[in-house]
Every structure is written in structure tokens, then in C-alpha cells.
Write a protein that binds this ligand. Structure first.
Ligand SMILES: [Zn+2]
Length: 248
């Protein structure tokens, strides 16, 4: 399986750097995992619209889901045949996006484009020939971490979370831990996000094969985040960047 970083900025995009979004592919089949600002154009620079089988949205914060609007317009008004795909997400995502994207009272546009595939803590799904598992995170709105079991081990994407989440079970022994690391230093400032050190400690606890830091604030130097995480984790640590490819 292939995991491609489309965007890794926390909070807001900068030129060439969308916010959180990833492309997951398996033998010509594709899923978008989070759709931060600017990620849909990047995705369809790499795959055909017809190859996209589902969109997974971890939570209703705009830096993870704003481009569902772009995907909606592409699927509904693009030159390809109209398609309806599952939107996999926890509670809180559907109502917000339906309100934003439905223009007429009682309008059906949103639900003609997306099928409601709601997930919550402990749920599992089969998507593009792999098992996807979800756990609720420690975040102000319903949010899920995702584990994808590939042929060469599992990749776990934390999405947004404070340090109290039970990643120990979801991420145990994973080949690759893609962990948010919004902040640096020793304090997550009570924001229900991780620092790079926290991400490193989690990678050590779950005995991850390698650690990829993502969702780093664009005003921070990502190399410093890598250094901080590496003080807590002996394995390979790298900062995500658009275009990074991980096979697993
Ligand atoms: Zn968030």
C-alpha cells in the first residue's frame, strides 16, 4: 500500500503546503484520508477521479475537512460521470458539511454525492482491500485516529489528539506512526494536541517502526520538531512534507 502526504500544515495552508490530507492507494484504488485546505487539487494531480473509492475525515475542524467542499464540487460538477462515494467520519462532520454545501432548503446535493458511513471508537471497515480501524481521540470535537493494516505492517495516523488517548492499543507495533506534532517544547498548552516530544514518547511506548511528524504549525521549524521527538524515540524520525511517499 502507498501513503502519500498531500498536506502537513497545522491550522492554515501556506503556498505549496496544504493542511492535513493524505492519499492512500492500493493497486489502483484510492482513499483520501483527511481533506485539509488545498489537498483535493493535489490528489487529482496524482489519481483519476474514478479511482477514488472513499473519503475519510477524522473530525470537523476545517484544517482537516475544508476541502470536502472541493471534492463535492469535483464529483458533482466535474467532467467525469457523477459519482457517489462513502464519506467515512465520526459524528459532527456530516451535519456541519451538509449545512455548508446544501444551498436550497431540503436540497439533496450533499447526500447525492456522499454516503453516510459513520464511524466511532472501535469500529473497523474494509476499504480498498485493507482493514481500517478507528479509535476516538482526545480532542474538543469527535475525532478518530486510524490504523490501516497493509501487507508490510500497519500505518497509524493519529489525527488531532491530546496525549491521553489510548493509542497504545491502536498503534501497538505499527510499522509507521504518522503523529500530529502541532507544538514544540514541553507543554501542549492544554489544547488537546501533541508536542513533538509527546509524539516521540508515544512512538516509543507503542514500539513503532518509524515516526513521521505531521500537522506541525507552519510558523515552527520542522527540523527542531524532529530533534525534539528524536530525544524520546530511538527509531527513525522524519517530518512529513507534501509529496512524501511511504510504502507499507
Ligand atoms: Zn482539530
Amino acid at each position: 500500500m502507498r501513503f502519500t502526504v498531500l498536506g502537513s500544515n497545522a491550522t492554515y495552508p501556506t503556498r505549496g503546503h496544504p493542511t492535513s490530507g493524505y492519499l492512500v492507494e492500493n493497486e489502483g484504488r484510492a482513499v483520501l484520508l483527511d481533506l485539509g485546505s488545498g489537498t483535493v487539487a493535489e490528489a487529482f494531480d496524482r489519481i483519476e477521479v474514478a479511482d477514488l473509492e472513499a473519503a475519510v475525515v477524522s473530525h470537523a475542524h476545517a484544517d482537516h475537512c475544508a476541502d470536502v467542499a472541493s471534492l463535492y464540487f469535483r464529483l458533482r460538477f466535474g467532467p467525469e460521470d457523477k459519482r457517489k462515494i462513502p464519506l467515512v467520519a465520526p459524528d459532527g462532520v456530516f451535519d456541519r458539511l451538509e449545512t455548508f454545501l446544501t444551498y436550497e432548503p431540503g436540497g439533496q446535493g450533499f447526500w447525492e454525492t456522499f454516503a453516510d458511513q459513520r464511524v466511532d471508537d472501535g469500529d473497523q471497515l474494509d476499504l480498498i482491500g485493507a482493514a481500517w480501524s478507528f479509535r476516538r481521540t482526545d480532542h474538543p470535537v469527535p475525532c478518530v485516529s486510524t490504523r490501516i493494516d497493509g501487507s508490510n505492517g500497519a500505518l497509524v495516523y493519529t489525527s488531532d489528539t491530546g496525549p491521553k488517548v489510548h493509542l497504545k492499543t491502536l498503534a501497538s507495533g505499527c510499522a509507521v506512526l504518522v503523529a500530529e506534532a502541532t507544538f514544540q517544547g514541553d507543554d501542549n498548552l492544554g489544547t488537546q494536541h501533541l508536542t513533538a516530544r509527546m509524539a516521540g514518547r508515544i512512538a516509543s511506548e507503542v514500539q513503532a517502526g518509524s515516526l513521521v511528524l505531521t500537522h506541525i504549525r507552519p510558523d515552527l521549524n520542522a527540523a527542531d520538531s524532529v530533534d525534539e521527538a528524536a530525544e524520546e524515540f530511538d527509531g527513525h524520525v522524519v517530518a512529513a512534507h507534501p509529496g512524501m511517499v511511504i510504502d507499507f
